[in-house]
Each structure stands twice: as structure tokens, then as C-alpha cells.
Ligand binder design. Structure first.
Ligand SMILES: [Fe+2]
Ligand SMILES: [Fe+2]
Length: 190
């Protein structure tokens, strides 16, 4: 019989591209490293890291209808679905983690759910997944390795740098910025 971790790997291998599978593995790896530095449950960090993008392989239309049916209370759902539907993979992923893998732990589910936009008053596990996703070892953009190092010595500064880079990326594209991302920024900026 397959153990829990094998079941997750099988699911990811059959639902994600090889690149996204590798990213999930690398996010889990860095999440575990950060969890061990900051005294967070290693197994929860590993599980949330592995599963954070489990819905990333869904087509946008499927994602929207999946979330309409299964995800309760997504703030700004209409605008997200219209302007940035990819964001929905976080919310869908949390539902899949619960339904497909029987995860009941609110900490893990919230870490998956909030890994893209964040939210005010996140748990340390949520913040770790948020940062690890952005600067996992497979991320090659210019500031990734600097923030990766910073995350182990000054986590708050790394967290802020990740928030900044994410918002800057959206603004540089001239795209719609989800108010929740700004709410997260404002909560942690001061
Ligand atoms: Fe993601
Ligand atoms: Fe990710």
C-alpha cells in the first residue's frame, strides 16, 4: 500500500508538467529547511510545500468552474476570474488537498490557499510556503538567490522582499492587481 507521500508524488506526477513537479519538490525542500530554522512542524511544511501548486495544471475555465462550485468565500472572485484566473489555483489546491488527500489540518490548508496572495496575520507556516514558493531552488530570476539566503537569517525582510517583487511584477506588466495582495502588503509593511 502506498504511503501518504507516495500518493502525493503520484498525484503531482500525473497532474503537473515535469517543470511544475520539480518546482513543487523544490518548494517543499526549501519549506522544510525554513521550517527547521524557525521551529515550524517539518511534516506540515513538507506536505504544504508539495501540494501548494497541486491545482496548477488545471485549465483556466476548469479552474473557474471548480472554484465556483467548491471554494467558499473567495474575495473578489469575479475580478480574479476575469483578470487573473491563475490565482485561483491556490484556492482550488486547498480544496484538493482536503478532498483528495483527506487533509484536515487548517494550517496546511491555509498555507496552500494563501501562497499566492498572502493575507493579513498569516501563520509562520503560511509565510514559509509563501516565501519558499517564490524563491525555491528552481527559481532563477535575479533576486531569488539573494532572498533565499536572506530567508534563513532575516525572515521578515525576505517575506517583505517577496511581497514587493510579486506586486512589482504585476505592476510592471500593467496588469490588474488583486486587492488582497495589497492588503497583505499594507498589513506587513508597517
Ligand atoms: Fe502557485
Ligand atoms: Fe508555486
Amino acid at each position: 500500500m502506498k504511503n501518504f507521500e507516495e500518493k502525493i508524488f503520484d498525484y503531482l506526477a500525473s497532474h503537473l508538467s515535469p517543470k511544475r513537479f520539480e518546482h513543487s519538490y523544490q518548494t517543499a525542500k526549501f519549506s522544510v529547511e525554513l521550517a527547521s530554522v524557525y521551529g515550524v512542524d517539518i511534516l506540515k511544511a513538507q506536505t504544504a510545500g508539495l501540494l501548494h501548486d497541486c491545482a496548477k495544471g488545471m485549465a483556466e475555465k476548469t479552474l473557474i468552474s471548480f472554484c465556483r462550485r467548491n471554494c467558499k468565500d473567495i474575495e473578489d472572485f469575479r475580478n480574479i476570474a476575469k483578470y487573473a484566473p491563475k490565482i485561483l489555483h491556490s484556492f482550488a489546491g486547498s480544496v484538493i488537498a482536503e478532498k483528495e488527500f483527506g487533509i484536515k489540518d487548517a494550517g496546511i490548508l491555509n498555507a496552500v490557499k494563501n501562497h499566492t496572495l498572502g493575507r493579513p496575520d498569516m501563520s509562520m507556516l503560511e509565510k514559509i510556503i509563501f516565501v519558499a514558493d517564490a524563491v525555491s531552488y528552481d527559481r532563477k530570476y535575479s533576486s531569488a538567490s539573494k532572498i533565499r539566503k536572506l530567508a534563513k537569517t532575516d525572515f521578515d525582510a525576505a517575506f517583505k522582499a517577496v511581497m514587493y517583487d510579486k506586486i512589482e511584477y504585476v505592476l510592471r506588466k500593467g496588469a490588474w492587481l488583486c486587492p488582497k495582495a495589497l492588503e497583505t502588503w499594507n498589513y506587513y509593511a508597517v
